[in-house]
Write a protein that binds this ligand. Sequence first.
Ligand code: GFB
Length: 322
Amino acid sequence: MDKSFDLKGKRIFVAGHRGMVGSALVRRLAGEDCEIVTVARSELDLLDQAGVRRWMEDRRPDAVIMAAAKVGGILANDSFPVDFLYENLVVQTNVIEAAFRSGVRKLLFLGSSCIYPKLAPQPIPEDALLTGPLEPTNEWYAVAKIAGLKLCQAYRRQYGVNYISAMPTNLYGPGDNFDLDSSHVVPALMRKAHEAKLTGQKTLQVWGSGRPMREFLHVDDAADAFVWLLRNYSGDGQVNVGSGEDVTIAELAGTVVSVVGAGAAIVFDPTKPDGTPRKLMDVSRLFATGWRPKYALRDGLKQTYAWFLEHVEKGDIRLGAV
Ligand code: GFB
């Protein structure tokens, strides 16, 4: 199997190019001498197996990055288990199988740090996979992602193709979902802090106890790592993608409030779930290749807030409470 995959002149299909990760991948690949292939949802429904097979046969990409997924924060995951399990299983299976049938040589599947057991050793090494029970708030999504990485391994084993997997930590950045019911913690707190600033609200509600710890990575750093892996990695095991550092949710809230410039005091809402206590990934396998993230958390939050303000201004993000 090739040790490195040369992107030059290749047709790279980014599945899910409208999402936060997919759009970051398109930005990142724009700097490479390759052809980026995307498809609008109105043109191809990835839930439609026959449609995906036909489309892939027709376009015949050289490589695929599977960034299409049903994603959401802790409450959305907990409230819509069918959507997170069924949609992810079907969409990823359709794309991986159709890619193989049409002769795709390299495929990168993207998962999530929630594939690891709830009480995995910290930082979590890749070999902690399937060693214990999952975090209940997101086990549906995690089971789908585990199936996806196993499907890539199965294709490798049975057919010898170069299908690899990366497991990113909690991502944030431009293109994130700022809807309070379905978003992850960073966009939720950024929006709440911004609304508090505009209305002069005295308090800002943070879900749970504030004690859980999370590792955050800017999506442009994640996209850079994914392209790096597409090019340089051809191993059987999944690779953790993270910053190697984590913070408590209380610390994150303090930093977001300060970046936004809101004066609100943080109050915790214990009626909302904490989720997994900690999921810092062991990124030594990735870092051993020489790759490093560029954004420190505070700088990444500043850049994301500037993007948020621009899109509020344009009317793409509508604020409810203001
Ligand atoms: O980002 P988040 O929704 O996802 O929540 P997970 C992280 C932590 O932030 C939890 C707390 O402890 C939340 O209770 N939090 C505090 C908030 N305030 C808020 C808020 O206003 N909104 C949100 N959303 N959280 C997801 C998984 O887990 O992470 C997915 O459900 C996926 O499967 C994703 O793996 C990366 O880190 O808990």
